[in-house]
Design a protein around this ligand. Structure first.
Ligand SMILES: CC(C)(COP(=O)(O)OP(=O)(O)OC[C@H]1O[C@@H](n2cnc3c(N)ncnc32)[C@H](O)[C@@H]1OP(=O)(O)O)[C@@H](O)C(=O)NCCC(=O)NCCS
Length: 156
């Protein structure tokens, strides 16, 4: 289901700091057609119930990030992306494993997410982790207009 145990040498996963925001926005802008802006990420730093996580190379370069809302026993994975050149090598699995661990540590028992119905790579990753379809939001996304699959994982 999940990633190999150890992170690859030189890769670190840690909380996002304000200095990371520009690099995160660059990844976000490449990955999504209606990207969040820098002030959105900045406004979430230190916000109660929000976990902002980055994956960083030894050089300090940010290569991925995740945003998770945790409210009582429910969480929502709001965002997860890697730099294009770092995809397809298992790093997304490491980042998602970390997200699940952080959510579990916050007392989350049900972790939800929404994903574009055409996003096969992400859906495959989530399915490997045990996320299951629990709903469909029709025409949820714009640019292009598309349904969202709502998926749920029991944590812990
Ligand atoms: C979704 C996303 C985070 C997944 O990250 P990833 O690192 O590519 O995902 P994985 O860790 O699952 O790895 C993907 C592939 O690498 C393979 N892989 C896993 N470990 C590996 C390893 N050690 N070496 C080589 N390949 C490996 C996986 O089997 C998988 O292969 P597949 O695509 O043929 O199924 C990434 O593709 C991304 O940033 N996409 C754009 C943003 C996005 O869509 N986010 C989700 C929004 S809901």
């Amino acid at each position: 289901m999940s990633a190999p145990d150890a992170l690859p040498l030189g890769i670190e996963i840690r909380p996002l700091q304000s200095d990371d925001v520009d690099a995160v926005v660059a990844i976000e802008t490449e990955a999504f057609t209606t990207p969040w802006q820098a002030d959105t990420f900045a406004s979430l730093i230190d916000r109660d119930g929000v976990e902002l996580i980055v994956m960083v190379e030894e050089s300090g370069l940010v290569i991925g990030y995740a945003v998770v809302w945790c409210i009582l026993d429910q969480g929502e994975l709001a965002n997860l992306a890697l730099s294009p050149v770092r995809r397809g090598a298992g790093l997304g699995s490491h980042l998602l494993r970390h997200v699940v661990d952080v959510a579990a540590g916050r007392g989350v028992q049900k972790l939800f997410l929404e994903v574009r119905a055409s996003n096969k790579r992400a859906i495959d990753l989530y399915t490997r982790f045990g996320f299951e379809d629990v709903g469909l939001r029709r025409a949820y996304y714009d640019n292009p207009r598309e349904d969202a699959r709502v998926m749920l994982m029991a944590v812990g």
